[in-house]
Write a protein that binds this ligand. Structure first.
Ligand code: ADP
Ligand code: MG
Ligand code: ZN
Length: 630
């Protein structure tokens, strides 16, 4: 199989050269045979007769109705009086009975059949040769094209080869989890898959079903591709990968066929991993129809879904997909049995950045004063890819300066380069770092001291998703209805970040935009839907309604008076202002605790519950807290 393929491949490689050589030879031959050794002119029959009568013709050659010959000496034969010895002439259609006697009387040498090469079977072959080659050439081009286009005329292997081409064939990655620094959560989640890939029988025997679809979500450069490859490397199974963006340029139907082939190959080589990178580029919500012409994408997506649905539960094939836009994915992709297991990769915090730096400086000779911890401290918001980039830049700078070691100053210079140079990176500028810490500390402090707010379990100034920083609260229990006290405290927590900025920095930033939006939406719902305002009472004054099928708010004609609208606006404002005042009051009440929290955040970037407690003291309430494992 491999061998025959190799031969066709060789034949295809050589074919054009052979063809060119043949054509050159042919041109040469044609030239050799048809080019007259001396110039020859066609002359009128009357002129020929005249020359023959004067005894000047040496020899004559008859070929059909053409006579060509040589004179005994040169004459002016050309139309412009050119001198030549050879001529040709056309015999009259009605024949000329006096020609033969003339030839005899003048003793002209007569050849009737001419030179053997000129009119024999070889001549016929030679005249046909160009056509033969042309035909062969067309046939060859046609075959190639038809193969490339789906091969109804080419063999099935040809088609397969074309479809598989961009999908790398099975690969056996060398990387392992040791090459993925940090990302402990994500690694823990995929570790159990390693066991399964190594010994699928053990799981099947017990009837355990292993998830087939795992979606890796995270900002660009957080190591999604790396983790997928490391999983294959760790388990020692083949890795079949394909990238969503490859499907956009190919013709309709090819994407689906490629997916089918990829899955077939993966099943044949099970246990194995299929990796679909950039899933969002094909997996966007279908039927949005903007721009039209998403046929190819849709077909490809449908094929992926069909393949995943087609698993009987026994194939030891795990499908990993990566995306940095989980929000735009088609919900069909996330249904049970598809990509129902989600693994989030966060941007690294300071500790993880040190670990990533260690991985990427492993092979570099480092100067004595190089302090990886300080480099990590100076690169908040850098992704794993940014850090790799930074280490590489530093080594390049050192090499350019012809040093034998990479020094601290190289890292510093490289950091500025990465920080300024890349637009897409989420890296945080130094002055922003402090503001973020103040903002997040504000949320945290307020949540800590308010009686009805959700308890805190983590706060970070590392960007997550769209929001910079984040304060994560964990609801104590599943809440189905929300009490007014809880909601009022929630408003205070939401505005706590902005209030801290206002109080400590005396200026505001655009960073609180999301908070303000969230607070406004919440307070409007409290006033207009839940009747939580004295001024208005229990009246439904919603401006919009949730569409039962679209699941979205759509604008509705208003069912209430201008006056009511004003009252709602006023009540919302009052709620928000009250909330802000309460936030400011909490902040002013605990200035030292807040300062401690801010510097701890600036220092460590991510604080877990115990660390928060160290800064703020025990929470003022006795709450049952979830074990702070996160
Ligand atoms: P993504 O697929 O999430 O965009 P990649 O996996 O392509 O990110 O990461 C790009 C490169 O950045 C990787 O090849 C690796 O060298 C480096 N990198 C990213 N995250 C890490 C990490 N956690 N540990 C070590 N290197 C990392
Ligand atoms: Mg990637
Ligand atoms: Zn905020």
């Amino acid at each position: 199989m491999k061998n025959t393929n190799g031969n066709t491949e060789q034949y295809r490689q050589w074919a054009p050269y052979v063809l060119i050589a043949a054509l050159l030879l042919l041109t040469y031959l044609t030239f050799q045979y048809s080019a007259p050794p001396e110039p020859s002119y066609e002359i009128p029959y009357s002129q020929f007769k005249d020359l023959a009568n004067k005894g000047r013709v040496e020899s004559l050659q008859l070929q059909g109705d053409v006579a060509s010959g040589t004179l005994k000496s040169t004459e002016a034969l050309g139309p412009h009086g050119e001198i030549a010895q050879r001529f040709s002439t056309r015999l009259p259609a009605f024949g000329d009975e006096s020609l033969l006697p003339l030839i005899e009387s003048q003793a002209i040498e007569l050849k009737v059949s001419g030179e053997a090469g000129k009119s024999g079977p070889l001549a016929i072959l030679l005249s046909l040769l160009p056509w033969l080659f042309l035909l062969l050439f067309f046939f060859w081009v046609f075959q190639r094209t038809s193969r490339a286009l789906g091969g109804r005329l080419g063999g099935p292997e040809e088609l397969k080869k074309f479809l598989e081409a961009p999908a790398q064939n099975a690969e056996q990655p060398e990387v392992t989890f040791a090459d993925v620094a940090g990302q402990e959560n994500a690694k823990r989640e995929v570790t159990e898959l390693v066991e399964f890939l190594k010994q699928p029988e053990n799981f099947h025997k017990l009837g355990a079903e292993i998830p087939h679809g795992v979606l890796l979500m995270g900002a660009p450069g957080t190591g999604k591709t790396l983790l997928a490859r490391a999983l294959a490397g760790e388990a020692g199974v083949p890795f079949f990968s394909i990238s969503g963006s490859q499907f956009i340029e190919v013709f309709v139907g090819v994407g689906a066929a490629r997916v089918r082939n990829l899955f077939d190959a993966a099943k044949k080589n099970a246990p194995s991993i299929v990796f679909v990178d950039e899933l969002d580029s094909i997996g966007r919500t279908r039927g949005t129809g903007l721009g039209g012409g998403h046929d190819e994408r849709e077909q490809t997506l449908n094929q992926i879904l069909a393949e995943m649905d087609g698993f009987s539960g026994h194939e030891a094939v795990i499908v990993l997909a990566a995306t940095n836009r989980p929000d735009v994915l088609d919900p069909a992709l996330l249904r049970p049995g598809r990509f129902d297991r989600h693994v989030v990769l966060d941007l690294p915090d300071r500790k993880d950045r040190v670990a990533i730096l260690k991985v990427h400086t492993r092979k570099m000779p480092l100067g004595e004063r190089v302090d990886l911890d300080r480099i990590a401290a100076g690169s908040p918001g850098f992704s794993g890819a940014d850090i790799k980039n930074l280490a590489n830049e530093a080594a390049i700078l050192a090499a350019r300066k012809k040093r034998s070691e990479v020094l601290m100053q190289d890292f510093e210079e490289a950091r500025d380069k990465v920080l300024l140079g890349t637009v897409r990176t989420l890296a945080i500028q130094p002055e922003e770092h402090h503001r973020l810490a103040v903002h997040e500390a504000g949320h945290t402090l307020v949540a800590w001291f308010l009686p009805n707010a959700d308890p805190l379990y983590k706060v970070t100034i590392i960007p997550r998703g769209r929001a910079l920083g984040g304060t994560q609260q964990l609801p104590e229990e599943e809440r189905h209805t929300l009490s007014e006290e809880y909601l009022r405290d929630r408003l205070v927590v939401i505005l706590g970040g902005r209030s801290a900025e206002k109080e400590l920095l005396k200026t505001l930033s655009s960073g609180a935009e999301d908070d303000i939006h969230q607070a406004t939406t919440l307070s409007r719902a409290m006033v207009a839907r839940w009747g939580m305002s004295e001024e208005i009472g229990p009246v439904d004054l919603r401006e919009s309604e949730e569409h039962p099928f679209l699941g979205r708010e759509i604008a509705q004609p208003r069912h209430y008076s201008e006056h009511s609208a004003e009252v709602v606006d006023h009540a919302v404002q009052t709620l928000l202002q009250e909330a802000e005042e309460r936030a400011l009051a909490v902040i002013r009440e605990h200035p030292d605790a807040l300062t401690r929290l801010i510097s701890a955040l600036e220092e460590q970037e991510t604080l877990h519950r115990e660390q928060i407690e160290q800064c703020l003291g025990a929470a003022p309430r006795n709450r049952t807290l979830p074990s702070a494992s996160n």
